[in-house]
Design a protein around this ligand. Structure first.
Ligand SMILES: *[C@@H]1O[C@H](CO)[C@@H](O)[C@H](O)[C@H]1NC(C)=O
Ligand SMILES: *[C@@H]1O[C@H](CO)[C@@H](O)[C@H](O)[C@H]1NC(C)=O
Ligand SMILES: *[C@@H]1O[C@H](CO)[C@@H](O)[C@H](O)[C@H]1NC(C)=O
Ligand SMILES: *[C@@H]1O[C@H](CO)[C@@H](O)[C@H](O)[C@H]1NC(C)=O
Length: 384
């Protein structure tokens, strides 16, 4: 896929949402978690990334016609022209264990007096909205207070939206927040007095937001991926910096090399912080797959399927996101490994029902909600 082309898929969405997003995704350093302390046979290591999709007609974590409090209209496929909803009726069945049933009240109890932060691109924002809907079952609630101000998440002058959102469930004093950081590194204007300034993109320095607020988090979910392309970097006037000075290393000048450096840097920085905050759990969500067929986003690419390509197909492989998998190896950062299981769900995208895309342009990147990101959160839930 052409980098510049892809970059502009994001540009084109950006008037609504997209300038905003890029993501990182992952889960558990070992990819493994132990479950069910009560029964020795169940108390074995379970890798939730391995398993299969199975039909489940009772499934309903929340309704896509509801949850208007948290769910962006552009992602609520129930509110679009789409008429097939079979994609809502599949459940992820891990191979070696039962998936713990998600319950909002249980989640809140587990997270009492705690804060969960998503930091990443628009796919991270999808996961954030999904979780808010899952916790509330999509029902209006007055139990939630907007605490964005505590994290500097306010609408600044001339901005279309704040850099994120933070909400607190008062009943359990649980805070859920999302911060937009498309590339998970620090971005700094080179000349603050120049409105047309270029920006230093400090590949080896974590976003200022993370440095400022990490101590307040109990669970952190990082992701990045779809903003790493030359066109996007140029459009944003981002200049790669390493060690505080413009990059001269040819291996890093290649976008893939830059991304690899940043992913490794942020993981290594967060991992070092874990010594100071031993109760903090950090997950890196692996990349969310896109499904353009017969072209790219701007050359007629589509994702029209209404039946998943592989119900029942058993996934039993190592992570397909090598960058993240390598970065977390040997650290205490966990991988939230959703790439391969999401790859099987080509029918779950917004497709041609996008209300924000131009006619003829499909969104085979973002997902309908309810949908696949709910499963990412179910897996996350089993590990916090
Ligand atoms: C543990 O679980 C297995 C399978 O679910 C069951 O056959 C077994 O009886 C259980 N053992 C105990 C001690 O509960
Ligand atoms: C809410 O939780 C925070 C820790 O996350 C704690 O500092 C604060 O005192 C709690 N507030 C109440 C009202 O319990
Ligand atoms: C990614 O970065 C790590 C750490 O700097 C390095 O060891 C590895 O070789 C890099 N991988 C690629 C594919 O560049
Ligand atoms: C997908 O749907 C669009 C719009 O309905 C149509 O123009 C396109 O030809 C379809 N693509 C495929 C591969 O069927």
């Amino acid at each position: 896929m052409g980098e510049s082309i892809w970059s502009c898929f994001i540009c084109f969405l950006s008037n609504i949402d997209a300038v905003f997003f890029s993501v990182l995704d992952e889960y558990d350093g070992s990819g493994e978690v132990s479950i069910g302390l009560s029964n020795a046979t169940e108390n074995k290591v379970c890798n939730h990334a391995k398993g299969k999709w199975v039909p489940d007609n009772r499934r309903s974590l929340y309704s896509g016609s509801e949850c208007k409090q948290w769910l962006s209209e552009m992602w609520a496929c129930r509110l679009t022209q789409r008429t097939d909803f079979a994609y809502e009726r599949l459940r992820w069945q891990p191979k070696d264990c039962q998936m713990e049933e998600f319950e909002g009240s249980k989640f809140l109890r587990r997270m009492q007096h705690k804060t969960l932060a998503f930091v990443g691109d628009s796919l991270g924002r999808q996961q954030f909205q999904s979780l808010m809907c899952m916790i509330t079952a999509g029902k209006e609630t007055h139990d939630v207070e907007d605490v964005g101000k505590e994290y500097g998440l306010i609408l600044s002058e001339g901005a279309v939206r704040p850099d994120g959102w933070a909400y607190r469930f008062l009943s359990t004093n649980t805070t859920i927040l999302y911060y937009w950081s498309a590339v998970l590194c620090d971005i700094e204007p080179i000349n603050v007095n120049d409105p047309g300034t270029e920006y230093a993109m400090h590949l080896d320095r974590p976003p200022a937001f993370l440095r400022q607020f990490l101590h307040k988090f109990n669970v952190l979910v990082l992701n990045t991926g779809h903003h790493w392309n030359r066109g996007k970097l140029q459009a944003n006037r981002w200049i790669m910096h390493v060690g505080g000075v413009p990059n001269t290393d040819k291996k890093i000048a290649v976008v893939g090399g830059a991304k690899n450096l940043t992913v490794h840097s942020v993981v290594s920085w967060v991992s070092s912080q874990l010594l100071e905050y031993p109760s903090l759990k950090v997950f890196f969500r692996t990349i969310s797959p896109r499904h353009f067929v017969g072209g790219d986003w701007n050359t007629g690419g589509s994702c029209n399927s209404t039946t998943p390509m592989s119900v029942g197909k058993v996934l039993d492989e190592e992570s397909t996101d090598k960058v993240v998998a390598n970065a977390v190896k040997g650290t205490r950062v966990k991988i939230l490994d959703i790439t391969a299981l999401s790859q099987l769900r080509d029918e779950g995208h917004i497709s041609h029902f996008s209300i924000s895309a131009k006619p003829g342009v499909q969104d085979c990147l973002h997902w309908c909600l309810p949908g696949i990101p709910d499963t990412w959160n179910e897996i996350l839930f089993t590990q916090i």
